[in-house]
Design a protein around this ligand. Structure first.
Ligand code: ADP
Length: 345
């Protein structure tokens, strides 16, 4: 780096794509991120040899003509679909010699930001839709009880039963939404406590005993000989394992069998917990999408079982925060296995 060219060092130090041009609009310098965006940079040549995007060349020409900062948006197709926002800033142009930076082009990648914004919008739309359905049903029953069925006391008892189920469904949905947002808020903070997967599995299965009994399912825990300690947040791991065992009971065979197995993986620095059922399983085309929010193989069957479509999304978020992996294997008619692998403490 040359001490007489301080702008070069600044450009190279920037994380976002940036280029400097001399007063004739030839490229003087570009950083690695800019080379990445354009694929190449032609130094000492007019900027149009580096980027042919009309939005960029027009903004540069305007900045030169008007001596004013100009902004532009670039939609790139290659090498990847991305959208960038650019700013051309004149740097005291009059005072500059031929080999000095007279314009700065800085770029900011909007792709990720826009993807997140659209995900958020989709999520809000989905969540409102999920809440609106039970709400509409509640409203319908209230109106019926106020109107046509005002005096029908036997019908009232039946309606109130259904209304109570709908209210429960809304409560579950809100609980799951709150869990998801709590976990998301902590996504970047690695867990600091240590927990034993043997103990968590045993207590989760004990707590779900009544549910298993109702479904006539047998749930067996296969503990790891010795300790299965991982770095993890107790409550979050309980929730993840509980969601998986609950799913195995809900979607497994009536009177079926669920196995919860704690394992040691190779390399030995990993521990795992897998939950397998002997139910109808899941067709391969659904597997990659199961952890998406509100994704369900069958909406009706999920609703019948009190599902919200958020259980596996919560599991996935918890596992990601724990720097672990979630693997789902299944073949139709032969059950499903959900396996969480976590770094050992
Ligand atoms: P839900 O609240 O609908 O249970 P989840 O996110 O927990 O939501 O699960 C998403 C979908 O994955 C379920 O609706 C169901 O179709 C499918 N699924 C989950 N676990 C199993 C399993 N053990 N066997 C078969 N299908 C399953």
């Amino acid at each position: 780096m040359h001490p007489e060219a301080p702008s070069d060092t600044i450009i190279q130090a920037l994380v976002d794509p940036a280029l400097t041009l001399d007063r004739s609009l030839n490229v003087l310098d570009a950083n690695a991120a800019a080379r990445d965006v354009f694929g190449w940079v032609r130094l000492r040549q007019h900027v149009s040899h580096t980027s042919r995007h009309p939005e960029l060349t027009a903004a540069v020409a305007d900045a030169q003509r008007l001596r004013q900062r100009r902004t532009f948006v670039l939609d790139m197709r290659t090498p990847l679909d991305r959208r960038l926002e650019g700013i051309v800033t004149p740097l005291n142009v009059e005072a500059r010699a031929d080999d000095q930076a007279a314009f700065l082009i800085s770029l900011r990648d909007l792709t990720e930001q826009e993807r997140l914004a659209s995900m958020r919008a989709d999520f809000v739309a989905n969540a409102s839709h999920e809440l609106r359905t039970p709400l509409a049903s509640l409203k319908g029953f209230i109106e019926t009880m106020q109107g046509p069925a005002r005096t029908d006391v036997t019908a009232h008892a039946r309606f109130l039963d259904i209304m109570s189920q709908q209210a429960d469904r809304m409560t579950r949905l809100i609980d799951d939404l709150l869990s998801l947002s709590r976990i998301e808020m902590r996504a970047h903070i690695p867990p600091s406590a240590t927990v034993d997967l043997n103990d968590i599995a045993t207590s989760v299965v004990a707590a779900l005993e009544p549910q298993a009994m109702l479904a006539g399912a047998t749930v067996a825990v296969h503990r790891l000989q010795g300790r299965a300690t991982v770095r993890g947040e107790h409550d979050e791991l309980v929730q993840a394992i509980q969601n998986l065992v609950q799913n195995a009971i809900k979607y497994g065979r009536a009177g079926g069998r669920v196995d919860v197995r704690i394992g040691e993986e190779s390399p030995a620095a990993l521990r795992s917990i897998s939950i397998s059922d002997d139910g109808p399983g899941i067709a391969p085309e659904h597997l990659p999408r199961l952890t998406e929010r509100f994704y369900r193989v069958s909406v009706a069957s999920s609703r019948d079982r009190g599902g919200t479509g958020l259980g596996l999304a919560i599991v996935k978020h918890i596992v990601t925060r724990h720097r672990g992996t979630l693997a789902i294997t299944s073949s139709v008619g032969r059950g499903a296995t959900f396996k969480i692998t976590l770094p050992a403490a």
